[in-house]
Design a protein around this ligand. Structure first.
Ligand code: NAD
Length: 478
């Protein structure tokens, strides 16, 4: 018996949760349920996180959380419970299977069967944003080696567990050579450990176009957070089944399972909602806790029910559907089909007792790190980079030189173009002569001199070489 935590959520949440639990219990799921309250009521009681401390205790104790959709109240101050849960519990992997149910649910892509595995914690979602000058704001894109290793390994382990043939990686490393470059590099390293699984990398723009046009060319796709956020919705939508998709959020110790849709408050309490999205989440959960045979039984009964044309209003189509049913009746039909397999849609087989376990990250030996210079960012209202260069050259000292100035990443000094548009946000790169290793006092000396000379410094970034390899981008055009 596995203890799990559930939350019935808001809107249609309680109805679809009841239907889901009824189905999986009838299928023989060995679960003991602990219910917690999250969402609208908790938010409106003055808890801006939408979850009480005792509810965290339950999730951290059972380590498995099946969550119905919740309503985030309108207005400022309320934090997204999903984002909070992912981050607090370290749920690094978001898994979203997107499979066509053609011809029973309309889609332009009858062969589509893609699983999107999205990194869930890092990237631009680290939420580190600053306004730096009157004209410029920035958001830090944070990508870590442990983050990349875990998500990429999860994707390959997922492929192995579910008998998938290929893992594709999407990044934009032709532009972001450090951040997306690390993701791609780790992908190549880990792919080599799984020779039985095909691997490939696509630049995200053409990859996304191909996914939207020919999704059947892909199997499992792994990608950083922002791309995954966008493309997992695209994939669910073009599979024709956005209301039918579930997702898993997996961490080292805890995991959360849910439908991808929201609480549909206008449909609440009318026995109308389709419980399939949450049921798909529950199937991912049963596989996660090693009750694979139960997951298999439920999935096949669900496919049979869809194939029988027993449909809730949202997917009901004259000519295809046979019977329009409510939430409860749909659940009854799935229960009646337990033990049966679909005849037209492919049935599934899951190997029992299998769950995906990723080894803990092993920190590598520290690299030799040499400081070779510093980028000093300044706010300056002028327009002629040569004028700024004269001012900032004056803050350099023996053995350190101004090597370039960029504006929004493009080199404007030396040898800039007068056509380049400049904002008030300038990066002045100081480097040591002949790559001499610099010490941090030299940075302080630069900043002290800048302050004395009325230069408005707004931030610095150190320029390092790791094991002798310079690890910072050049200026565009440098
Ligand atoms: P929604 O997904 O709730 O609804 C969008 C549309 O899809 C509606 O027309 C609805 O009737 C329909 N729909 C959704 N799920 C359905 C189902 N199971 N069966 C039949 N029809 C279904 O999105 P929304 O209207 O933008 O958001 C409503 C609320 O849900 C908001 O408060 C939002 O913050 C919240 N929300 C929560 C989650 C979550 O908890 N994970 C996710 C998204 C939105």
């Amino acid at each position: 018996m596995k203890k799990i935590t559930i939350a019935k959520g808001d809107g249609i949440g309680p109805e679809i949760m009841d239907a889901t639990l009824r189905i999986i219990t009838a299928a023989g799921a060995e679960i003991e349920i602990e219910e917690i309250e999250v969402g609208e009521k908790v938010y409106l009681s003055g808890n801006t996180a939408g979850i009480a401390p005792s509810a965290w205790d339950s999730i951290r104790n059972t380590k498995v959380f099946l969550k119905a959709p919740i309503t985030t109240p309108q207005g400022g101050g309320y934090k997204s419970l999903n984002v909070t849960t992912r981050k607090f519990l370290g749920l690094y992997a978001n898994v979203r299977p997107c499979k066509s149910l053609h011809p029973f649910v309309r889609t332009k892509h009858p062969e589509m069967d893609v699983v999107i595995i999205r990194e869930n914690e890092e990237d631009l979602y680290a939420g580190i944003e600053h306004q730096q000058t009157d004209e410029v704001v920035q958001c830090l894109k944070v990508i870590s080696r442990p983050g990349c290793e875990r998500i990429v390994r999860y994707a390959f382990e997922y492929a192995k567990q579910y008998g998938r043939k290929k893992v594709t990686c999407f990044t934009k490393d032709n532009i972001m050579k450090q951040t997306d470059g690390l993701f791609h590099q780790v992908f190549d390293e880990i792919a080599a450990e799984y020779p039985e699984i095909e691997n490939e990398h696509w630049i995200i723009d053409i990859g996304a176009a191909k996914l939207a046009d020919t999704p059947e060319a892909f199997d499992v796709i792994v990608m950083p957070n922002l791309y995954g956020d966008v493309l997992s919705d695209v994939a669910a939508q073009i599979a024709g089944s956005v209301g039918l998709a579930g997702s898993a959020n997996i961490g080292e110790t805890c995991a959360m399972f849910e439908a991808i849709h929201g609480s549909a408050p206008r449909r609440a309490g009318q026995n109308m909602a389709n419980p399939s999205g949450l049921l798909q989440g529950a199937i991912l959960m049963l596989n996660h806790i090693g009750q694979n045979h139960v997951a298999e039984k439920v999935q096949n009964a669900w496919l049979k029910t869809i194939e029988d044309g027993i449909h809730t209003y949202d997917i009901f189509k004259e000519g295809i559907s046979k019977q329009k049913v409510g939430t409860k009746e749909f659940a009854d039909a799935v229960i009646a089909n337990l033990g049966k397999r679909p005849s037209q849609l492919p049935s599934v087989t899951y190997e029992n007792g299998r769950s995906i376990n990723i080894p803990k990250y092993q920190r590598k030996a520290q690299a030799k790190k040499d400081l070779l210079g510093v980028d000093v960012f300044v706010q300056w209202p002028g327009t002629d980079p040569a004028e700024l260069a004269e001012k900032v050259k004056a803050i350099a000292h023996e053995g350190v030189k101004l090597s370039m100035i960029t504006n929004r990443g493009i080199k404007v000094w030396p040898d800039g173009f007068s056509e380049t548009f400049c904002t008030d946000h300038w990066r002045c790169r100081f480097k040591t002569d002949n790559d001499r290793v610099m010490n941090k006092e030299e940075i302080i000396a630069l900043l002290t001199k800048a302050t004395q000379n009325n230069i408005d410094t707004i931030k610095t970034e150190n320029l390092y070489a790791f094991n002798g390899q310079p690890a910072f981008s050049l200026g565009q055009g440098q």
